[in-house]
Design a protein. Structure first.
Length: 200
């Protein structure tokens, strides 16, 4: 499980970080930080799927942190967690900050854990149930330790065409999908994302 969803927590309350770690670290990879600068450095070094972000951390607030992160990372799913719901409403946060979700802290940690579990399941669902042929082709090539030149030679096409397949610019013709399925020892349905089950 630990090579699945990766979570980073930024909160000035060490207790919140510990509650989240205790609840999820057996299932997911989690790192927690009380320093926004240290957390941002780690985000630049390592890929995470979810950021659980307190609004007031240190000299940087949630808006500053999100702005800094989004300069280099557009894909991170950010959940703003705050105990200042009257000052920073959920609607306002979603409209003004480049985040995906919002949770208002209360004394009930169980609600927070249930909320986070829902976010994780949603992300995991979309990561595992939906794909593109381009992503599949790129992943299969890398798993098999082949270069785009290798695939181009095998299919008898230019390398730039392979690049277009893997970027999603064009879809491979049926005969090439069949050849690639044979090469990678998978079904054509798998390459075309018709199968819902993705190999782990």
């Amino acid at each position: 499980m630990k090579d699945g969803i990766k979570i980073i927590v930024i909160d000035d309350d060490e207790g919140i970080i510990e509650v989240i770690k205790d609840s999820f670290e057996d299932k997911y990879y989690i790192e927690g930080f009380t320093s926004s600068k240290e957390a941002i450095k780690q985000l630049q070094k390592k890929k995470f799927d979810i950021l659980l972000l307190d609004y007031y951390v240190d000299e940087m607030n949630g808006k500053d942190i999100v702005s800094e992160i989004r300069k280099t990372n557009k894909d991170l799913y950010i959940v703003l967690i705050t105990g200042y719901g009257e000052e920073i409403t959920g609607i306002e946060s979603l409209e003004k900050l480049n985040i995906q979700n919002y949770f208002e802290k209360s004394g009930d940690f169980k609600k927070l854990i249930v909320f986070i579990e829902g976010v994780i399941k949603s992300i995991d669902f979309f990561n595992t149930k939906f794909c593109t042929t381009a992503e599949r082709l790129k992943k299969l090539r890398k798993i098999n330790k082949l270069t785009q030149d290798d695939i181009a030679k095998y299919l008898g096409i230019h390398r730039t065409t392979v690049t277009q397949y893997e970027s999603g610019e064009i879809l491979p013709p049926v005969q090439n999908v069949v050849k690639l399925a044979k090469l990678y020892n998978v079904t054509t349905d798998y390459i075309l994302c018709y199968e819902l089950e993705i190999e782990k």
